[in-house]
Design a binder for this molecule. Sequence first.
Ligand code: BES
Ligand code: MN
Ligand code: ZN
Length: 502
Amino acid sequence: MKTELSFANLPGIKTELLAVLAADTQTSKAPDAKPEPALLTSDEAVQAAAADVLSSGEYKAGANETLLLHAPAGLAARRLLIVGLGKQAKANVPSVRNAAGTAVRFTKPRGIRELVLALPENNFEGPLHAVVRAAVEGAFVGDFDPDTYRSDRKDQSVQSFTLAAPAEADHAALKAAFDEGVIVGESQNFTRFLVNEPGNKLTPTVLGRRAAEMAAEVGLGCEVHSTEKLHELKMGAFWSVSQGSEEPPALIVLRYEPKGVSDGPVLGLVGKGITFDTGGISIKPADKMEQMKYDMAGGAAMIGAMRAIALLKPRVRVIGVVCAAENMPDGKAYKPGDVETAMSGKTIEIINTDAEGRLVLADGLSYARQLGATHLIDAATLTGACVVALGTINAGAFSNDDATYAKFDSALATSDEKFWRLPLGEEYAELIKSDIGDIKNTGGRYGGAITAAEFLKVFAEDTPWIHLDIAGLAWVEDSKPYIAKGPSGVAVRSILEWVRSY
Ligand code: BES
Ligand code: MN
Ligand code: ZN
């Protein structure tokens, strides 16, 4: 998708489709109070073109509600699309992100290849640069469709997206925000592309290759290791998961080392990269097992975040570690009852081979520490229990350090992603003590997201650490006007903003 920021006058813009935003300005809560839709664009010609339909009562400017006018009078545009933000009082930056996605997803199936979106200007709360960035991100998010392997697939992606900003705005500031939005949107879509790939197409080796190709493009350091290196590093936990598959594991390391930054923190981004999770010997039921191709979404989020970091160039060193493997049942597979020695030296009793994510992450966290990480963040589709606890609205977050988590919490204000912090504690840690070794890999049915986090905490040791359980949000189950059903790319934006806060 080609993108452009324009400061031209709206009526004169020649385009297939001009999209403008509207909100419901009705403040009365009386039962007979009718919606009062109003455009968030003050241009008189645009106002005049939309006046009739806005007063007709047909259109309420509800969130992501659309209305299309052909040959709008007085405008050079061939079509005028109105996209609603809902109640004016609640309209904010996230609602503009979604509205931009809605405009793009409205355009795509109609065979229209270009559109111009006018930025909101009237009475809009929130700084204009944040609105610009969000609108561009939303456009990229909306442009993604998961139908990669349809043999009759028509590429319906939008070829040209232009954001029209008021001429009197600060051009340089908006351009910077615009360029940022492009980088973030493209990186989030790169993550979504990886997550969408089926297990036979995206093996651990292929994930490593994709990461290396991306790294070469954006100037990141990258090494991809396999079985031998796992043995050399004594990664018994990671290796045990991979041992049941014909596909070799991949230990993917990405390095961002900005010139002239030789001290200060080193941030370690660790991702779960299970390219398919059958459950192993503790095999999963067949129903919905196909979904487990997205069990590498945490790893893909780290790869996407590293891409954005390389392009946005924050003044802090970052290391990405993705532990990729397939979890399969086999004569050589690891078994319940096995005891494995992790890279840290801790011994782990395997209770359930389907609790494999924490095993690969355990060694990933140890390795990131060995490589010099002073602060850790991991992301993983780790537990069904987290989905039971928080549904598909909030992802779970955990931390052993309040100051580090506070920075993540502030990052959420920019990323507009929903994470809910859950507790850790000694009583939970008790649940994963093993009779035969140091710890076991499951802590029973209750509090499953928390005992999984307690397991990871053992391997973060004394390093400040954040754990993100994205099992419930990595895949969008029902399409929305602004995003297709499929991979969401969740966590990329939040991890990026957390990194930029250092
Ligand atoms: N990959 C799954 C978790 C998952 C579930 C991700 C649903 C996305 C959607 C993970 O490896 C797993 O199987 N976890 C088990 C842990 C249990 C055996 C302690 C689970 O949640 O059931
Ligand atoms: Mn599993
Ligand atoms: Zn898994």
